[in-house]
Design a protein around this ligand. Structure first.
Ligand code: HEM
Length: 469
């Protein structure tokens, strides 16, 4: 009674799990056509209430802390990977303090120092990787981008000790942890999967490695540069407690995992689109020449902000290929929905999918087309900003009423946006300088999306051809 309509289904527990799982966007739009912006579907026995559109984003992402809860949903998945006492294993007020500590290491002052480190990593990778021998070749773009992203992000965010270990033992530990980050653990967190055993061993070993690094730093290593590990080592909670070593270690693991997939899949999609539309890659090359004068000098943080086409390429790619298609919250109190006589009861999960707006012709004419130029004649999303955040590189709206929210909104909003933009800009700019890309075998367009993991990614195989400029 007085609950939103339930999406029709034949099987009780399975409900709409399969249709949603194969292509969530098609599912959201099909249901929207039948039921409107608000409807409930069954996901593995749970009642999940979707609320689309700006009002839905507002309702869910800006819901009150006492009404909607993220950690009760995400913790089963994240706590075994990150470790205890951080992120979703603590009350939100504590996590908010932890987010603030990390944000400090992601301010423009820090980003400035990351740009040369990123270029160093990309240069070394392209020189050392056998797929880039010779004048031309074919590469699996998701594999290459996953490595470039991991090396650049870890060099900047994790510090030199961890980056050096990534060439050896740490890489295996990373993959073991990553394998434990799977949707199946939402449903069967207690199930003794072999990858969960490996995950737990890797989690403990990694915590140990970080703890050793922290001890070594405390024992007298000089501060070489501001990195997040140093920042966390100096962090003190509001109640006066310095952050304990095990929390620092676990937060470092969380950070290692948080940005990796979203940035990595985004850079893959960018390369796939550039291969499909080489004329845009040429424009990017010309932009560098006209703005920077030449393409042989290293790129600086200031340069990055003078390259609007790169920025629009990233924006446009995140519009069509948002890495995160679903945001969930557990309902804690009966929640009446304004303008209807429906009440969402506490047994439900709320689901926001702001990315549906980005894929809708209503807000983005000819929405299915990847066209970075469309942003030139659109109002800067930053103008729509409600709660402006203190970012030197703040570009995109943070208020939940925007039609474009690839980084979420509200208290759980992403803190990695500026870092991701810098990282993606450096990667794209270097690739543009060095290579021309094209599709293999005269194929057109880009591959379909694989929704089977937590982050939407290009369906593999996804090969493209490169040619040295
Ligand atoms: C939260 C997207 C990169 C760290 C989020 C959320 C989204 C998102 C949609 C909100 C989740 C929710 O409300 O449940 C992205 C995209 C990225 C990206 C599209 C890149 C293209 C990064 C990077 C980092 C990072 C590089 C770290 C350096 C975080 C953290 C949160 C977050 C700490 C907060 C979670 C919370 O408060 O519950 N991100 N992210 N992200 N992201 Fe990102």
């Amino acid at each position: 009674p007085n609950e939103p309509p339930v999406v029709f289904h034949w099987l009780p527990v399975i409900g709409s799990t399969v249709t949603y799982g194969i292509d969530p966007f098609r599912f959201f739009f099909d249901c929207q056509a039948k039921y409107g912006d608000i409807y409930t579907f069954i996901l593995l026995g749970r009642k999940v209430t979707v609320y689309l559109g700006s009002k839905g984003n507002q309702f869910i992402l800006n819901g009150k802390l006492k009404d909607v809860n993220a950690e009760e949903i995400y913790s089963v998945l994240t706590t075994p990977v990150f470790g205890k006492d951080v992120v979703y294993d603590v009350p939100n007020a504590k996590f908010m303090e932890q987010k603030k500590f990390i944000k400090y290491g992601l301010q423009s002052g820090a980003l400035l120092t990351y740009v040369p480190l990123m270029q160093d990593e990309i240069g070394n990778f392209l020189q050392g990787d056998s797929h880039f021998n010779g004048q031309h070749g074919t590469i699996s773009i998701p594999k290459v981008m996953a490595q470039i992203t991991l090396f650049t992000a870890s060099r900047c965010l994790q510090g030199i000790e961890v980056r050096q270990k990534l060439d050896t033992t740490f890489a295996d530990l990373y993959h073991a942890l990553d394998d434990g980050f799977q949707p199946i653990n939402f449903m069967l967190p207690w199930f003794p999967l072999p990858q969960n055993r490996r995950r737990d061993i890797a989690q403990r070993r990694m915590t140990q490695i970080y703890t050793e690094i922290i001890k070594a730093r405390r024992a007298g290593a000089e501060k070489r540069s501001e990195d997040i590990l140093w920042t966390l080592m100096d962090s003190v909670y509001k109640d006066g407690t310095p952050m304990p070593d095990n929390e620092i270690a676990h937060l470092m693991i969380a950070l290692l995992m948080a940005g990796q997939h979203s940035s990595s899949v985004t850079s893959s999609w960018i390369m796939l689109h550039l291969a499909a539309q080489p004329e845009v890659m040429e424009e990017l090359y010309q932009e560098q020449i006209s703005v920077l004068g030449n393409t042989s000098k290293p790129i600086t943080y200031e340069d990055i902000q003078k390259l609007p086409l790169v920025m629009n390429v990233i924006r446009e790619t995140l519009r069509l290929h948002p890495p995160i298609h679903t945001i969930m919250r557990k309902v804690k109190n009966p929640l009446p929905i304004e303008g209807t006589n429906w009440i969402v009861p506490p047994s439900h999960v709320l689901l926001a999918a702001p990315a549906t707006m980005g894929k809708s012709d209503e807000y983005f004419p000819n929405a299915a087309k990847w066209d970075p130029h469309r942003w030139e004649c659109m109002a800067d999303p930053a103008d729509q900003e409600k709660e402006k955040m203190d970012y030197g590189y703040g570009l995109v709206s943070t208020g939940a009423d925007s039609t474009y929210l690839p980084f979420g909104a509200g208290r759980h909003r992403c803190i990695g946006e500026q870092f991701a933009y810098v990282q993606l800009t450096v990667i794209v700019s270097i690739m543009v300088r060095k290579f021309k890309l094209k599709n293999v075998d005269g194929k057109t367009g880009v591959v379909a999306t694989d929704y089977s993991s937590l982050f939407s990614r290009p369906m593999e195989p996804a090969f493209i051809q490169w040619e040295r400029r």
